[in-house]
Design a protein around this ligand. Structure first.
Ligand code: PLP
Length: 394
């Protein structure tokens, strides 16, 4: 054993409670097959490059001294740009109601740190993004899964959620467009949940990082169409502008939440990276055509994926209405979805994310991302179909 390998035995219970996700396990497993032509359908990020004008502005900022700490709340110009695109006109005061963070992920983390007490419950309709569960636990609170039924395409059924809002409920997290199901929750369903949250004086955390990636007329932007003040909107430039590595996100909500989160943020990372904040200003205020072209490309791929799924009668999925994922029902195949995902990788060289990772409601499902080229999607589906053929059509 070399120095540093010896366990100190003093790692906190908090840290030990953090488990690697099922998605991460697939990622690690895939790394062992570097020599193979793997089709990666597990990755939750756009496969495009950041628009050139964004990179140019960031470089110019870096070359002209835009490299210092900023306010913990974020650069005023960026907060103004965020206020312009969030909620109804003039709903959010950029000076007091917005905190710029290191990605949407940190926005969620510090929001939960600010609003959930140890012992509180946070309600999460599932299938849901795995990070919610861990972040809620790291705040000392308890995640409460509300499984949405597969037979109704994992649509938001408000009564199921409302039933689980109790005195100790600090917040309800709504992810729409939803990772992993691609559902965009209807205005009526969301409004019913928000009204119940208001009646119980608990927050609604609206995770809208995929709000610009929708494939129909469905509404996003919960804060814009509800009167309840305690809706905290989480968003980022990551998915809309292919800027995952720049790490800029934000939250917009009540002033006391913005202030509390900015304080915590000040002690964890001081501020979001300044060069990236310049890049985010360029993304939000500059030409939108590159982002629109990416969204159009995702729409085409989504259509292709929907067609391919329809051609395999043994599997199905709710039609993605937003985001970049399809959530395949593979229950007809023998084995759990973790085992199916492993076998798809080991034997068919396709990397997917097992549904169990998204909560109990995700059992029997695989999440695939269509943030991949048409050719790769075609090859991936050919291979999935080959597995179905081998297993079920014998
Ligand atoms: N919320 C959801 C539902 C996500 O899928 C992601 C990333 O995959 C995030 C938030 C965080 O995104 P980022 O931290 O890159 O802004």
């Amino acid at each position: 054993m070399v120095a540093g390998d010896k366990p100190s035995g003093r790692i906190t219970e908090r840290a030990r409670s953090v488990e690697h996700s099922a998605i991460r396990e697939m990622f690690e497993r895939a790394a062992k097959y570097e020599d193979r032509d793997l089709v990666h359908l597990e990755i939750g990020e756009p496969d495009f490059d950041t628009p050139t004008h964004v990179v140019d502005d960031a470089m110019a900022a870096a070359q002209s001294g835009g490299t210092h700490y900023t306010s913990s709340s974020g650069m005023p110009e960026l907060r103004a740009a965020i206020a312009d695109r969030t909620g109804a006109d003039g709903q959010f005061d950029p000076d007091t109601q917005i905190t710029v963070t290191t990605g949407g992920m940190e926005a969620l983390y510090i929001t939960l740190q600010a609003i959930a007490e140890p012992g509180d419950e946070v309600v999460v309709p599932t299938p849901g993004w795995p990070n919610y569960f861990t972040q809620i636990r790291l705040a000392g609170a308890e995640p409460v899964e509300v499984p949405l039924p597969a037979e109704h395409g994992f649509d938001l059924e408000p009564d199921r959620v409302i039933e689980r809002i109790r005195e100790d409920t600090a917040a309800v997290v709504l992810s729409s467009p939803c990772n992993p199901t691609g559902r965009v929750f209807s205005r009526e369903a969301v409004t019913a949940v928000v009204e119940a949250a208001a009646a119980h004086d608990c927050y609604v955390v609206a995770d809208e990082v995929y709000d610009r990636l929708t494939y129909g007329d469905q509404p996003t932007g919960i804060s814009a169409y509800t009167d309840y003040d305690d809706v905290i909107t989480i968003n980022s430039v990551s998915k809309t502008y292919a800027m995952t590595g720049w790490r800029i996100g934000w939250l917009a909500g009540p002033a006391d939440v913005a202030e509390a989160t900015a304080k915590i943020h000040g002690y964890t990372s001081a501020c979001a990276p300044s060069v990236s904040q310049h890049a985010a200003i360029a993304a939000l205020t500059g030409p939108q055509e590159p982002a629109e072209r990416m969204a159009d490309a995702f729409a085409e791929r989504r259509d292709y994926v929907v067609d391919r799924i329809a051609e395999i009668p043994e599997i199905s999925a709710p039609e993605p209405e937003g985001a970049i994922y399809a959530f395949l029902d593979v229950d007809a195949l023998p084995d759990t979805s973790v085992e199916i995902a492993r076998r798809l990788l080991d034997e068919y060289s396709v990397v997917t994310a097992p549904g169990e990772g998204f909560g109990d409601a995700g059992r029997g499902h695989l999440r695939i991302s269509f943030a991949n080229s048409r050719d790769r999607l075609e090859l991936g589906f050919d291979r999935i179909e080959a597995m179905v053929d081998d297993e079920l059509r014998g």
